[in-house]
Design a protein around this ligand. Structure first.
Ligand SMILES: Nc1ncnc2c1ncn2[C@@H]1O[C@H](COP(=O)(O)OP(=O)(O)OP(=O)(O)O)[C@@H](O)[C@H]1O
Ligand SMILES: [Mg+2]
Length: 856
């Protein structure tokens, strides 16, 4: 941005000076009734906000790009900019334009970044908004995660880059804070995966724990290395500076305890469509969409985090299931509880606002209204007994807080805190007095109106009020002659004149003075009330977390009852038995009746199923279904089956379809293989592995050979519960020869009209793929499918002839050594290269080459 100083107006000079303070942010510069953006900021913002980009000094040599938004509705625009990953600086007028000489003084009053938002108006209610601070030192990665709107602040350390990415991707941080000396390695690790996030930096010297010692408990100190507290220190400082106030709502840091949860890698989270669908990235059709019947925003946020962090402790899972089961005791009870939860406000975010001193009167009322529900909930829960009684005992209600807020605030207080109409009568004698003064003053003004009408005989005379003149008398031109001499004319309108009188002005001072004082006092009283309420902050946060948990479990109960799910049973063994199981999402949205299936994985039944079957049969659906059910069981939800029993799964791995990872600079096949390599490295006997059509993205022989070797290794070495779907029917033979591998297929029936999909999983392998039939179902024109059939017949005939010649089974031929070169191999085996001169070696080589050419 090169601008010649001489050409600048004083205002533009001021703009550029202020812009220097925030070169990395979009500057919204208040100009009259608008916030304006100039130069590159304008170009960027106009595109994001979809508003018109215009020009200042259009006809000059250097027109300045410009766009603007009205000041009174700026909030949604700011939200949009933040959502687009931009940092936003707000520059306001800090003196009254009417009193200023020259350019009005302006200054940056607020800086907002996508990851550091405390106020809920810029946030989606059902999603947390995280900022992550990552630091790398001596091969260790430490990271802190915070949600400024809820007071969440957690830390962890790992030495594994993959683990770092997997955990961070659950939280989807909107912003990263890194050291200004962060390594290239760290940047190249994070930037491709979190391409939408804003990357901010802070000086590396800020990475120290000096300022955050009070937040670190002894247990946390014992659990984590110092480097974790260094990141926490940097993040806490960054947030405090942006907020320009102490972060009173962050009480103590928590450990993320990576060992308590099942770690789901990014691919699995996407493949199982946990929070968004694979193809369109939509919420609808995801597991979250299906399970979310939460009533409160806090519940919805918690559910989202539970879904990507299944539990590993049987005790903790059973605790959740106990509560779900208790909720399901009767439909009527469930409805009653749901009714109460429908009235629960976002306690977490409201309490944050109270602690950060940004809560309005209506926030305090929402807080009180929610707290007022607690006694009713406790009663309902206690009466139900068991797990719910325990939950009720953990919940505190705060009757004194409810009472004080309710008796202090009006039922519908004004939205602004500075305009009065917030507090009730009777809570402050001083306020009551001011109110009556203001009220009486108004009555007296009305009396003057009546009196003047009588004195002048002008019946249409009115006393009105505006901000410029205060109170004035308005008389239409028709009566101008009747105006008494002591009326002072202030303004002439088209059909009326406006006057003031001395008497009116004296009264006005009294009324307006009382009103101003009243507003100021109401504000003061409100702030006192808010500060008093803030002392309950920590306790209300604990209650909020309990309510959120209950809301999620209530949601599980609602879905489970509606869809007839069953409580999963956990065993010590590494087995899995699902009877009459269904895919939770497909059964809810597919048009045909969903056919349930039995799946058994155990020592006795075989823990590795090789699933063949035609295209469209339902292989992928079945495999995903098994993975989703295991996951649902371990987040504490009932599952879609008649009976479900399983040993705790330590990790779920999926290798499914061609996920598009071009951003990584990898080809489809490369991604497929690196995901498989990851599974082979990480899976244990307790894992659940889903492999769907591995090896498709390369030539048939390469693909088949790889699939064969991979399936074998999964069976022989990993020994995890495994489902392996393939179109390579040659693998059926492999399964027959392995102790714990079983062939299964999904049945179809051939009929005159084509194939009928039965959707039933049956023992044994399948022989046909019916690819051409499925293609014609999909609408591929007849002449093409007919041609394909012809080509297939020719290919089959050719393969059969070749097989006859060699007398070897076709599918195994490429796994056996080529016998034609047996003599050459033997000669090579006997050779000792150390005894050869270079010349002899060369001669030998040339002889060998000759022999090979003869045989070819
Ligand atoms: N058990 C079932 N009951 C009813 N419909 C089902 C069932 N399983 C699958 N389907 C339906 O069949 C469709 C195809 O299933 P799926 O994608 O699992 O087939 P596939 O065997 O993996 O096919 P391909 O070999 O082409 O990958 C699904 O979209 C679903 O609508
Ligand atoms: Mg499939």
């Amino acid at each position: 941005m090169q601008i010649e100083a001489k050409a600048l107006t004083p205002m533009m000079k001021q703009y550029l000076e202020i812009k220097q303070e925030c070169t990395d942010a979009l500057l919204l510069y208040r100009l009259g009734d608008f916030y304006e953006l100039f130069f590159d900021d304008a170009v960027t913002a106009a595109k994001i906000l979809d508003i018109t980009l215009t020009c200042r000094n259009k006809n000059s040599d250097d027109p300045v790009p410009l766009c603007g938004v009205p000041y009174h509705s700026v909030e949604p625009y700011i939200t949009k900019l933040l959502e687009a990953g931009k940092k936003v600086a707000i520059c306001d007028q800090i003196e009254n334009p009417a009193e200023s000489k020259g350019v009005v003084k302006r200054a940056i009053t607020q800086i907002l970044t996508p990851g550091a938002i405390a106020s809920s108006e810029h946030l989606s209610a059902k999603k947390n908004n995280y900022i992550a601070c990552v630091y790398e030192k001596k091969g260790q990665f430490a990271f802190s995660l915070a949600d400024l709107s809820t007071g969440f602040f957690s830390l962890a350390v790992t030495s594994l880059a993959e683990e770092l990415l997997d955990v961070l991707s659950h939280y989807e941080p909107q912003e990263f804070l890194l050291s200004d000396q962060a390594s290239e390695r760290l940047l190249s690790l994070l930037k491709p995966v979190f391409s939408k996030a804003l990357f901010s930096t802070t000086a590396s010297r800020n990475f120290n724990s000096a300022g955050v010692k009070p937040f670190i408990s002894d247990e946390l100190e014992a659990e984590l290395e110092e480097i974790a507290f260094d990141t926490a220190g940097a993040l806490h400082r960054y947030l405090t500076e942006l907020q320009k106030a102490p972060l009173k709502h962050i009480e103590a840091f928590q450990s993320l305890s990576l060992q308590d949860h099942m770690l789901l890698d990014l691919a699995t989270k996407q493949n199982l469509e946990l929070t968004t669908t694979l193809r369109e990235g939509k919420h609808e059709g995801s597991l979250l969409w299906l399970l979310d019947k939460t009533s409160s925003a806090m519940g919805a946020r918690l559910l989202r985090s539970w879904i990507v962090q299944p539990l590993l402790s049987r005790k903790k899972i059973e605790e959740r299931l106990d509560i779900v089961e208790a909720f399901m005791s009767s439909g009527e009870f469930l409805r009653k509880v749901k009714n109460v939860f429908e009235q629960v406000y976002d306690l977490e975010r409201i309490t944050t606002k109270v602690l950060l001193e940004s809560a309005h009167a209506r926030d305090l009322l929402a807080l009180a209204d929610t707290l007022a529900l607690v006694p009713e909930l406790k009663k309902l829960f206690s009466e139900e007994g068991g797990a719910l009684k325990k939950l009720a005992e953990e919940m505190s209600s705060f009757p004194e807080l409810v009472e004080k807020v309710k008796e202090s605030l009006l039922d519908e207080p004004s939205l602004s805190l500075r305009d009065g109409f917030i507090m009730r009568d009777g809570i402050s004698p001083e306020l009551d007095e001011l109110r009556s003064l203001a009220r009486d003053g108004k009555k007296m003004i009305a009396a003057i109106e009546a009196e003047e009408r009588a004195k002048t005989g002008i019946h249409s005379l009115k006393i009105k009020y505006n901000k410029v003149f205060g109170y004035f008398l308005e008389v239409t031109h028709a009566h101008t002659e009747k105006i008494p001499a002591h009326y002072i004319r202030k303004q002439t309108l088209v059909n009326a004149e406006r006057y003031i009188t001395e008497e009116l002005k004296i009264l006005e001072e009294k009324v307006l003075g009382a009103e101003d004082k009243m507003k100021a006092l109401e504000y003061q009283l409100f702030v006192q009330l808010r500060t008093w309420a803030a002392q309950y902050g920590v306790h209300v946060f604990s209650l909020a977390r309990l309510l959120a948990k209950a809301d999620v479990l209530l949601s599980f109960a609602l879905v489970s009852l509606e869809k007839a799910y069953t409580r999963p049973v956990f065993s010590q063994a590494t087995d899995l038995h699902f009877e009459q199981s269904r895919h939770p999402v497909v059964e809810s949205i597919c048009e045909e009746r969903f056919v349930p299936n039995d799946v058994h994985l155990s020592e006795k039944d075989g823990n590795c199923l090789l699933i063949t079957g035609p295209n469209m049969a339902g292989k992928s659906t079945l495999m995903r279904q098994v993975a989703l059910m295991a996951l649902m069981a371990q987040i504490g939800c009932f599952v879609p089956a008649r009976h479900a029993k399983l040993g705790i799964v330590d990790r779920i791995f999926t290798r499914i379809g061609a996920s598009d990872a071009l951003w990584k600079g990898h080809s489809t096949f490369m991604v497929e293989m690196s995901e498989m390599a990851h599974i082979l490295k990480k899976a244990t006997e307790k894992s659940l592995i889903i492999v769907d059509e591995i090896g498709r993205g390369t030539s048939t022989f390469d693909g088949l050979s790889l699939a064969w070797a991979l399936a074998e290794d999964l069976h022989d070495r990993i020994k995890a519960r495994t489902l392996f779907a393939t179109h390579y029917h040659e693998l059926i033979e492999l399964a027959e020869s392995k102790a714990h591998m079983r062939n299964f297929h999904i049945a179809v029936k051939e009929s005159e009209g084509g194939v009928v999909f039965l959707r039933t999983l049956l023992p044994g392998g399948a022989s046909h793929s019916y690819g051409i039939e499925v293609a014609s179902l999909a609408g591929i024109p007849l002449h093409i499918t007919q041609k394909a059939k012809k080509v297939m017949k020719q290919l089959e005939a050719r393969t059969a002839a070749a097989n006859d010649q060699k007398h070897t089974p076709p599918q195994l031929s490429f796994f056996e050594p080529d016998l034609r070169h047996k003599d050459i191999v033997e000669e090579l085996a006997q050779l000792n290269p150390n005894q050869l001169t270079p010349l002899e070696a060369l001669q030998f080589l040339s002889q060998m080459k000759g022999k090979i050419s003869e045989k070819a």
